[in-house]
Design a protein around this ligand. Structure first.
Ligand code: BGC
Length: 499
């Protein structure tokens, strides 16, 4: 071999070696980054862990806090608000009623016709619209004028079909925020939640605000009841099945209400009702216990929210927040590695990842996770490798599993408080015999998170059985109530006007 050829060959060998070295270095680097990502995931998973033992501690804490909230005003983070609803609709109601529901993401208007028999409930018209985002931090005048205008349009569309023409229309205002009631038809806003921020409205009578706006538009509509969405769901549940004593909403926000004996509402001594009970709006979104599995991502989410140090439980289980917890985990991963490529800065935008995307990614059953790829692409993040897409699904799973399990612990906490958990509840004045008797108990559930996110629902139901045990769970029926909050509120107007 000539000198030139030898020199050429060794140059080629050197070049090949350095290419190989670069490739090896790159591979090592990428493996190191992947290891970092896996460690972040592992740490997050451990932080979210909610084994049944921990859930039982949450159950106990919920029951204890319920007692404290009923014992004195401000005695617990659970407000345990009186609703002045003591007679739930029983099926004999007649007439046509309206409901306007201001939720967290949507507002709905509907008309219900009742024929005096349980089977004759006709939901005649339902309008559902997203709440324009500018309204959430506008003024009370703008908000209520908008609601009154929407109702006016709804009524104009009725034409001559409605049998309530010429008669004053009775309306339920389903208002999905914490209210301190003075009677069923009036109450003041305690605080906003779910990103609403119209500060001048806090302390104002909500029913009065709506009635004023309706009057200004010359509408002959009477705001006959102001109803929390959970209470609406309970009413519809009870109307169909009188074993319904608890209702829970898992939507943009989360909350629960239940039927309580008036003598257990110690903070309101001498409260008398014909039925001997009253629906209590727990406002469980604000529940807190050191047993809740909280991570650094939850702490940051809370600190950066519009209501820091508030609604801690809601921020771990409700639809508004699940997507943002997932986003925060991804953001940290992309900051410490480049697995999401150059466009990953999109994840620094708060709330850019919505819970409906989380649910679609989580439930993507295509072998190549095409739905995950599509959602990421829509966010501007393209060409994400399959193993990273699988990672996304795993993060969604961890967040939603924790949410579902904690939601179940919340429900079991209520069952414990009212002695329907098979264990006899905690000291609540019941006699021993009464405590041990297991009765059928229906829990009405409503809200988009529960209705539309199958994995959330399954995790919740699975954990409820784990907590209560197979035997007791047979007596606990969880029933979905589509549009229950609005329909149930209209039923409540009917029953309150009839009694
Ligand atoms: C509100 C509750 C409401 C729940 C579900 C929470 O943010 O405080 O009043 O019931 O969301 O909509």
């Amino acid at each position: 071999m000539g000198k030139v050829a030898v020199a050429f060959t060794s140059a080629a060998v050197v070049a090949a070696c350095s290419v190989a070295a670069v490739m090896v270095r790159r591979r090592v680097k990428s493996r190191r980054k992947w290891r970092t990502v896996v460690e972040i995931l592992k740490e997050f998973e451990e932080g979210c862990d909610a084994p049944v033992g921990r859930l039982r501690q949450v159950v106990d804490a919920m029951a204890v806090e319920m007692h404290a909230g009923l014992a004195s005003e401000g005695g617990s983070k659970l407000k345990m608000l009186l609703t002045y609803v003591h007679d739930l609709p029983n099926g004999t109601e007649k007439g046509t009623y309206y409901a306007l529901h201001l939720g967290g993401t949507y507002f709905r208007i509907l008309r219900v016709h009742l024929g005096g028999e349980r089977s004759y409930l006709d939901v005649q018209d339902v309008e559902r619209h997203p709440i324009p985002s500018h309204l959430m931090n506008s003024t009370s005048e703008v908000l209520f004028n908008f609601l009154a205008f929407s109702l006016e349009r709804f009524i104009q569309k009725e034409g001559n079909e409605s049998n309530s023409q010429g008669v004053k229309r009775e309306l339920a205002f389903t208002f999905s925020f914490p209210v301190k009631h003075t009677c069923i038809s009036s109450g003041v806003l305690i605080k906003w939640t779910k990103g609403f921020e119209i500060s001048e409205m806090v302390g104002k009578d909500i029913a009065e605000c709506l009635q004023g706006a309706l009057n200004r538009r010359g509408l002959d509509i009477h705001v006959a009841a102001l109803v929390n969405d959970t209470v609406g769901a309970l009413s519809l549940g009870y109307y169909h099945d009188p074993d319904t004593v608890v209702a829970v909403v898992f939507g943009t926000g989360s909350n629960a209400c239940y039927l309580e004996r008036t003598d257990a509402i110690i903070k309101c001594q001498g409260l008398l009702t014909t039925s001997g009970s009253m629906v209590v709006n727990m406002e469980w979104g604000n529940f807190w216990s050191s047993h809740l599995p909280r991570t650094a991502y939850d702490i940051d989410l809370d600190a950066e929210s519009s209501n820091p140090n508030d609604m801690g439980f809601e921020k771990m289980i409700a639809g508004l927040y699940l997507g943002d917890i997932v986003r925060r985990v991804i953001l940290r991963m992309s900051q410490e590695s480049d697995i999401f490529g150059p466009s990953s800065s999109v994840f620094s935008q708060p709330y850019v990842l919505r819970t409906n995307s989380v649910s679609a990614m989580h439930e993507d059953d295509t072998p190549e996770l095409q739905e995950v790829a599509r959602i990421l692409k829509d966010l501007g993040v393209s060409d994400v490798p399959l193993k990273v897409r699988k990672l996304m699904v795993k993060i969604c799973d961890v967040v939603t599993r924790r949410a579902g399990r904690l939601a179940a612990a919340g429900i079991a906490g209520i069952l414990k408080k009212i002695g329907r958990d098979g264990g006899g509840g905690i000291t609540s004045g019941r006699s021993r015999g009464e405590m041990q008797m297991q009765r059928r108990t229906v829990v009405a559930v409503e809200g988009g998170l529960y209705m539309k996110y199958t994995m959330f629902r399954e995790y919740m139901e699975e954990a409820l059985v784990e907590i209560l045990g197979e035997e007791v769970s047979q007596y606990v029926v969880v029933k979905a109530m589509e549009d229950g909050s609005s329909i149930g509120s209209a039923l409540l107007v009917a029953s309150s006007l009839q009694s």
